[in-house]
Design a protein around this ligand. Sequence first.
Ligand SMILES: [Zn+2]
Length: 378
Amino acid sequence: MSKILTRKYFAAAAAGLCLVIAYAAQLHSREDRILKAPLSFRKSILDVHSHLACLNNPGCYIRPGFRNTFKFKMYLKASGLQSTDLDRPDADDLMVNAYIKRLNESELYSSAIVYALDGFYDEHGDLDKNKTDILIPNDYIYGVTQKTSNLYFGASINPNKKDAITELEKVHSQGAKLVKWIPCIMGINLKNPPPHVEKFLDKMKELNMPLVTHTGFENTFSWADMDYCDPRNIETVLNKGITVIAAHAAISGKYDEKPGYTYLVELAQKYPNLYVDNSAGLFVNRMGFYKNIFLSHFQGRALQGTDYPLSYVGFAGFQAISLSQFKNEMLPFWYQYAKQTRNIHDLEAAIKIGLGTTLDDIKLSYKVFDIPYKSQVQ
Ligand SMILES: [Zn+2]
């Protein structure tokens, strides 16, 4: 009898203990509802393509007509700011801080190369403010990156300006990781490069400075001469042995009836010094576009870029739509992660990883720009 009672008490106690454990586990899972990325991916990504704007620091310029456009207001909103914030005297700091906050709060990104952006110059080498929508001086970006340990300096020098080569030597001595061009808004002719452009490129080669150049149609600014962003034009630069990163892999636009990226696929076979970046790469995802182009055609050549603040998923309200189109192609974990994260950088990265981007793909960005990859895992 007593043995039976003891067994009953034991059974009841065991059942009770199970309930307590189950309850505790449930509480725990509630706390842990936000998914954590696998350790190896945490703080692993270098963003090789990001932008800041500025207004009040020396040399900063946003053309008044451009500043008031719907497009520009969208970009501001995507970085978490209001258009009225631009009227504040500390507008530049607000833009920097909003960016650093997003980067530092990201679980997947460690750091970023942030770009200056040069303007349009006339035939005398003088700045044409009517044809320049936005100018972000090298000195400004250099200053920002000096103050922030996980931001690297991406310079921009239009070779058409006076003293372009002197400026190139200066940014090189400051540790600039690259020179960024958008030939179709800067008026840089790479198809038939004039002697001063050739000279500038030779200096880049001598200094071992990589070139990031926009390829494909350009829709961000108020005007653009699309022929100047024809991806075939970059062969001039590749021929010199300069490392070229064809920004966006010319995924937007057709040239001579063929999609722009197909020319880059051909060039990549011929030139080992050609890379592309996958910034804006989710924008045009239709029927496996990202997988097909960046993970298949440019496997081992695609660097990680967000094009902050222009990235597709950056626009409030678009996240759910942009994510749902990838659902069937993504690994289930990363789909859930993307659904839950509040950080727009992490959302974009989760989609890319969920579609098949590997840690080796991620590490390539560090290698190309000679930035040490440190595992951030503690
Ligand atoms: Zn860009």
